[in-house]
Design a protein around this ligand. Sequence first.
Ligand code: 16G
Length: 240
Amino acid sequence: MLEKNSHIPIYIQIEELIKQRIYLEEYGIGENIPSERELSMQFDVSRMTVRQAITNLVNSGLLYREKGRGTYVANPKFEQPLMGLTSFTEDMRARGMEPSSKVLRFEKIVPPVDIAHDLLLERGEEVFFVVRIRYANTKPMAIERTYIPVKIYPDLDEKKVMGSLYALIEARFHQKIGNAIQQMEAAIVGKEDCKYLQIGTAAPVLIIKRISFLSDGIPFELVRSTYRADRYKFISEIKR
Ligand code: 16G
């Protein structure tokens, strides 16, 4: 139980106890946990202290709040390996989930200079700029902003990017995807994206920038993928 004389703050002890109850499945996934009032009576502490513990657990993605209904135990985060060069479609299918996309934008543009530089394009060369919301079993997981050189896939269209881009490249265009360079950073969700991802206006997200190359070394996409930080955890194996 709580150790009120400990140097560990009470709200952290409460966090640990709630985590333990989730781990032991006393509070099951998708279930309502007791109200702040009930917990404050159970632990004999103020509601403020309980609220602080719960807020931390919400921020770390273990719990989520529903307005007017209470606090629930969240699904565990997706563990996404950072090893293979896989597509969103493949990743979701490997988990037994059904991927789908909504295309928010599909247009031909001259890209910003930094993107043209990364894609080894000459000045003025065009790209398709595609913005897609990616869903797993109808739940929004990520938003992808993809730049694809027009000269590589001149007849790409909106319908084709509703499905898997990688499958299109490999199965229809018979090209080999070789490797990619990725970088990841944390951010607060943008104004538009919070609507699409169905998260709060100040929710954290993880952004991965990927530049992918065909096996002959030609870059064919630059993608910025914005993932819900409460749904994703990225895992990599490192060797010594
Ligand atoms: C992944 C890739 C993205 C690629 C997409 C293709 C990351 C960070 N990004 O989301 O670069 O364009 O898959 O998926 O993993 P698709 O074949 O389902 O269209």
